[in-house]
Design a protein around this ligand. Structure first.
Ligand code: IMP
Length: 333
């Protein structure tokens, strides 16, 4: 089973884009779309005052963000407007204490991101304008990981299993997936080294003996399939009771060798992605979302101390999504 990356909410063909009352609202919708945060435009009006049983004042917040159950009212700095909006928000909170609402100034748009799991963008000193495209938001990843966990738990009903993760890209996916699986399980890790002359080899082997065990090999991303093909062949020789593969991301169009992937999180286009464990020369693993970075980031990193090589080489490598084939020492996956 697989899920292709869906267009973000405002770009879906089946969703009619609302007619926004104000350009700032269109701008905010575009901002939410960029970060793949789900939104609804003016979905609900809250009566605020009644006279003779009739509603004489109501408040319709501009946006509703269902993933956080949060209403957002946009405001400008204009004092008369701000005062009026503050009064409405206060009244709404009195009458509907369970409703979450924020009054948001344009300069504070980015503050809202931390609520949606985007906090560490600052920590990794990545500026939002260095992100070409957010491919998967933290909420989308977590939803899909939960689904995979459910499916795997059902498929292995009555069994226990060994999750084998391939370091290091697997760090976060394996941790989240393991907690979404409700079967008894052991966790073990493999690490590979890749060398143009020597080929792929095991740098760190499993600690556990997997003979007779149900093994689920967990990979971050399958590209050409060469890495997976190598690992599957090695593990099969050890005679597990069964061996299946779960990959968070599948660049299916890049496949060179057929590999049996039973569980796929998302099928993604052929672009070099980072975040949620995936690195570019050891950087960006701790982004809680998955994105494509602008070329200039790789160029800048080419001169950084975590990275060898020139910026130009680095950008070319990233753009071609062919790190594995072209780099002599690619780090640890
Ligand atoms: P394959 O052998 O071509 O299937 O490549 C798989 C390995 O290449 C993964 O385990 C990653 O380490 C790396 N890789 C492939 N595509 C990407 C990417 O878009 N971002 C980060 N690493 C990648």
């Amino acid at each position: 089973m697989t899920t292709a990356v869906q267009p973000s909410p405002g770009h879906r063909a089946d969703v009619q884009r609302p007619r926004f009352a104000h350009p700032a609202e269109a701008e905010f919708a575009a901002f939410l779309d960029f970060y793949r945060i789900a939104w609804e435009y003016e979905p609900r009006s809250f009566p605020l005052r009644w006279q003779d049983g009739r509603v004489v004042e109501q408040f319709t917040p501009d946006f509703y963000l269902p993933e956080q159950d949060l209403y957002v009212e946009l405001t400008t700095m204009k004092q008369s407007l701000v005062t009026r909006k503050h009064r409405k928000v206060r009244r709404l909170r009195e009458l509907y204490p369970h409703v979450n609402i924020v009054l948001l100034y344009r300069k504070d748009y980015h503050e809202i991101l931390s609520r949606f799991g985007y906090g560490s963008v600052d920590i990794t000193s990545l500026r939002p304008d260095q992100i070409e495209r957010v491919l998967l938001s933290p909420a989308e990843i977590q939803r899909r990981v939960a689904e995979l966990g459910q499916q795997i738990s059902a498929d292995y009903a009555g069994e226990s299993l060994v999750l084998v993760g391939v370091l290091k890209g697997i760090t976060f996916f394996l941790a989240d997936l393991a907690r979404a699986i409700t079967r008894p399980l052991a966790i073990d890790y493999l690490q590979l080294s890749r060398d143009l002359r020597e080929g792929v080899a095991i740098r760190k082997d499993l600690d556990l003996d997997i003979r007779g065990k149900h093994v689920l090999l967990v990979e971050d991303i399958v590209n050409t399939g060469l890495t997976l093909d190598f690992i599957v062949r090695v593990l099969r020789e050890r005679k597990p009771a069964s061996l299946e593969v779960c990959a968070l991301l599948d660049k299916a169009e890049r496949r060179l060798v057929p590999v049996p992937v039973e569980y796929v999180g998302f099928t993604i286009p052929n672009e070099f992605v980072v975040g949620y464990g995936l690195d570019y020369r050891e950087l960006y693993r701790n982004l809680p979302f998955i994105c494509v970075l602008k070329r200039e980031v790789y160029e800048a990193n080419g001169n950084g101390h975590l990275i060898e090589g020139t910026g130009q080489e680095a950008a070319a490598e990233a753009a071609e999504s062919s790190l594995v084939a072209t780099r002599v020492e690619v780090g640890s996956g």
